[in-house]
Design a binder for this molecule. Structure first.
Ligand code: FES
Length: 102
């Protein structure tokens, strides 16, 4: 397996107990995973991986996600349109400024 060039980490609010508790999960971040996976296929972004994570500790800005290796933190990601804008920026090598946090 080749290492991905980018990794998208989507907060799904998992706590140490494994329970998903937090704003990102409550606002549907787990549902974003399948959408992102499908978009990556549709866009031919075979070298981008997406994973769910525990709480990213920016709950007040959630739903949150991070793109590595650029270390770009996004918040307020609440819809498929928001994700489209973020993936557009990823493809273009830019940032989706409307969602930047940190
Ligand atoms: S629950 Fe997502 S940042 Fe804390």
């Amino acid at each position: 397996m080749e290492a991905p060039t980018h990794h998208i980490l989507v907060c799904c609010s998992f706590r140490a107990t494994g329970e998903p508790q937090g704003i990102c999960h409550k606002k549907g971040s787990a549902d974003f995973l399948a959408y992102i996976e499908n978009e990556l296929v549709d866009r031919g972004l075979d070298n981008v991986q997406v994973s769910s994570t525990g709480c990213l500790k920016v709950c007040d800005r959630g739903p949150a996600m991070v793109i590595y290796p650029e270390n770009i933190w996004y918040g307020g990601v609440e819809s498929e349109a928001d994700i489209d804008a973020i993936l557009d920026a990823l493809e273009e090598g830019t940032v989706a400024a409307d969602y930047l946090i940190g």
